[in-house]
Structures are given as C-alpha cells and as structure tokens.
Design a protein around this ligand. Sequence first.
Ligand code: SIN
Ligand code: FE
Length: 292
Amino acid sequence: MPRIITLSVDRWAPTNCAPDVVECAAESLEQGNILFFPHLGFQLGAAEQAFLSPETAGKSKNVSWDGVAGRLRGSNVDPALQPLLQGMMQRFAAAGESLLRALFPAYPGALVTSRTSFRAVEVAGRSTSWRKDDTRLHVDSFPSTPVQGKRILRLFSNVNPNGQARSWRFGGSFEAVAERFLPTLTAPPRGSARLLQWCSVTRGYRTAYDHYMLQLHDRMKADGAYQSSPDVTGYDFPPQSTWLVFTDQVPHAVVRGQYLLEQTFYVPVDAMRDPERAPLRTLERLLARPLT
Ligand code: SIN
Ligand code: FE
C-alpha cells in the first residue's frame, strides 16, 4: 500500500535540501509512495481569489494551461481576466518546477513540464461518465497523448479557502493491480496505432504500453469488486498543502474536494534511480515482451 511520506519543506524554491532528504524523496516516490508537504501552500493573490468559483471553468471540468503551446483551455472567465488566470497557472507551473529542481537534482535535465490544471468544481456528486470518473480508483493514462513509456509525475496543491480537504483513496500497489487485471487485457490490434495517429485521435504514436495502460485504467474503474476491495486506504490533504505522486503507478481516486492546482511532469524511465520500478518495466516483465 502506498505510504504518505511527510517532508518539512516550506518554500517552493528550497535552497539547501540535505542530501538525505533528496535521496529519500526520489527513492520514496519511485517506490510508489506519496510525498506530502503539509507546510507548503500555494498563495493566490488578492485578485486571483475571484477564480475560486466553479464559474471559472464553466461547463468544462478544469481549466488547463499548456505552457509549451501557450494555450489556455476550458476557461469561462471574462476575456479581460484571462491574463490574470493564465498568470496564476504559469506561476504554479514555475513554482512546481523550482520545487522539483531542488528535490530531484538527478531528474531535471530529463524532466519535461507539461500541462497545468485548475480544478474548480466540487468532486463529490459531480456527474460524469464512468471512464472520466476520478472518484473510482485508477492509474493515469491519457487517451489522446501517448506517453510512450515515460512516467507521469503530478504535483497537487489544495487551494481551498473554506478549510475543505481534498480526500483521496489509494488501492494497493501497481504490481498487485497489474497482476490482477492483466489476464483481462488484450493486445493492440495490428495497425491500430498508426490509424489512430493518421486520424489525429492521438498526438503521437500510441505504443503497446499506452494501449495496455489505457485498458488498465478502464478495467480498474469498471470493476466494482476492486473499487470496494478491503485494501483501500484514504488520506485527506488539507488546504494549503501540496503532494507529489507518480500517478501512472499509484492507484488513486479523489472522493471530495474543490479548488486544486495540478502540474504534470514527464520523467523518462532511464532518468529514474531504478528504471525497473517503472510501470513500463513491470508490464514488460509480466507480459514477457517489449512494449515501446
Ligand atoms: C486524479 O488525478 O485522478 C484526480 C486527482 C484530483 O483531482 O484530486
Ligand atoms: Fe488520476
């Protein structure tokens, strides 16, 4: 079962992380634990507080900022306020980058900063399809953005102003989940990956790894017995706290909460302290074949 590893870091650009903290952080994370920063909150500016409303995202679930393309999506705010919203998300992305640079001196050359999201809608009671329902335990996998084996590392910060925690559940180890569901997964049909790419369903080539991870994500969410299995634990992340997880590895779900900032990073398998712990390597071992 994933463990919550608490770190006392209290600023986004910590200057002198002791070597043992750095070593413990990367090691714990790669083992499939959650790094929890109870004293690290993300402060919103006075004008930014206005974004703490479900209206910020309107009909979409989240607002997302793509720093590479320079594109803000899902925003429902007045066009005059968009630069302020964009600025808030950029500031969170930069804060996340500086935290990761300090904590993981071994990753940065390889670390890729991807999307930033702002989740403004209360999770409990939100209506959505089962596949998109993150109140069900799952590992992350992106249907239209193949990762081709790279790790999905996500940083979360609860910015709720009303004292409300973000409640998560955890469901066992990646190995246990992979062993449980692998017999129900099917190989990608020949030629399907090229077709998906030609038809622009995917940005980039959907490798066999991406194919299996998507199926795993779906099978986990669809399986009622697994969702209510006895080895599920939970954790409430309080407002003004931050946590970091390899969400492609740690089975997780969010039960309730509102107002969260999230930053996605990609880490190449070879940049890990121990690449054998990557879901890619675990699936390759279990299936006895290369998947990228
Ligand atoms: C998820 O990544 O599945 C949801 C996390 C959250 O919104 O708290
Ligand atoms: Fe998720």
